[in-house]
Design a protein around this ligand. Structure first.
Ligand SMILES: Nc1ncnc2c1ncn2[C@@H]1O[C@H](COP(=O)(O)OP(=O)(O)OP(=O)(O)O)[C@@H](O)[C@H]1O
Ligand SMILES: O=P(O)(O)OC[C@@]1(O)O[C@H](CO)[C@@H](O)[C@@H]1O
Length: 314
């Protein structure tokens, strides 16, 4: 019997994340690297890593190319994550994450990635359709590789909708703007992505809730907005809760947003209350922000800290 796979994550543009730590980053100067690590990255892949830690069976689908693509597959296999990454031509990107120890800030340098063609994209749609037969949630995350039509997420969400599968979209720019036209079940923009999407700035929680409700009126069920150290806001048609993270020493915030997406999926699968969902997503993001490289939170760490998240109801 085939094992049931409740979640598929889609990463069309994966990356080998190379995180370098520098004592004090000097723009325009010579910077000596103190520590370095590489992780399998890309938003959907990070979500799959967290779900693995949360004991949820997930399949990481998408593309990969060349030597770096194989490194990613091998790393996922070592982590015990099932991956179905269709081979593309060229080479998978290396995304450089520079952690400045003095400011605790991370600067990200993301490559565009390999180029894909129409035939490969069509093949992927078919693979997703048949792979999703036993799936209840599909997560679509990250940038689209060059050659991908900007409305590709919309087409994948439409496929999921016709199969009665819930979707969570975490993208920015046109990929997000066009993707939401198909009414994904949930989205997780950060505040900057949301402001860019709606062409406005939101200087109060009330205004932010109003913006989220505009999207909900368009057919999305849940909007989770992340705001870095300022925490997050979870909104649906009836409720809105702001979550303030517990104090941490940020080490590398890369993957923090993806950990929130994974906790959102986990909360949906376990039928958690709206309030608990706000706690779980916040705790997951916060713990990952306190870890080096693209390393992510564990189930035990999140369970131990959910009660430390402070909630404000609106
Ligand atoms: N400096 C910080 N201190 C405490 N918590 C943080 C900090 N930075 C991030 N977090 C936690 O991580 C969550 C997600 O952060 P952020 O809004 O930066 O996500 P993001 O931009 O989607 O990140 P990424 O795309 O790199 O995964 C926040 O809601 C918060 O809980
Ligand atoms: O360039 P994209 O696809 O928008 O984002 C890719 C990326 O920055 O997102 C993840 C963190 O969320 C990293 O693992 C990866 O390098």
């Amino acid at each position: 019997m085939k094992p049931s796979v409740p979640v598929i994550t889609v990463t069309l543009n994966p990356a080998l994340d190379k995180t370098v730590t520098i004592e004090r980053f000097e723009y325009g100067g010579l910077n000596r690297i103190k520590e370095m690590r590489t992780d399998a990255g890309g938003k959907g892949i990070n979500v799959a890593k967290v779900l693995k830690n949360f004991e949820v069976n997930a399949s990481a689908m998408g593309f990969a190319a060349g030597y770096q693509g194989q490194v990613i597959r091998d790393k996922l296999e070592t982590l015990g994550i099932r991956s179905v990454l269709t081979e593309a031509e060229g080479e998978t990107r290396v995304n450089l994450k520079v952690v400045d120890e003095s400011t605790r800030q991370t600067t990200e340098l993301n490559e565009p990635g390999f180029t894909v063609d129409g035939a490969l994209l069509e093949q992927f749609q078919k693979a997703l359709k048949s792979g999703a037969e036993e799936t209840s949630i599909i997560v679509l995350g990250g940038s689209l590789p060059p050659g991908t039509p900007r409305d590709y997420y919309r087409s994948l969400i439409e496929i999921a909708n016709t199969q009665g599968i819930r979707t969570v979209l975490d993208a920015d720019g046109d990929a997000l703007a066009l993707g939401i036209e198909a009414s994904p079940f949930a989205i997780k923009p950060n505040i900057h992505e949301l402001e860019a999407l709606l062409g406005d700035t939101f200087d109060s929680t009330e205004r932010l809730i109003g913006a989220a409700r505009t999207l909900i009126d368009g057919g999305i069920e849940y909007v989770l907005v992340s705001m870095g150290a300022e925490g997050s806001l979870l909104v649906n048609r009836h409720e809105a809760v702001r979550a303030s993270p517990f104090p941490i020493t940020p080490v590398s915030t890369v993957g923090a947003g993806d950990s929130m997406v994974a906790a959102l999926v986990y909360s949906f699968l376990h039928g958690k209350s709206f309030e608990d969902t706000a706690r779980w997503t916040s705790a997951a993001g916060t713990i990952t922000a306190s870890k080096p490289g693209t390393q992510v939170c564990t189930l035990q760490e999140v369970e131990q800290s959910v009660q430390l998240v402070e909630l404000t109801h609106y």
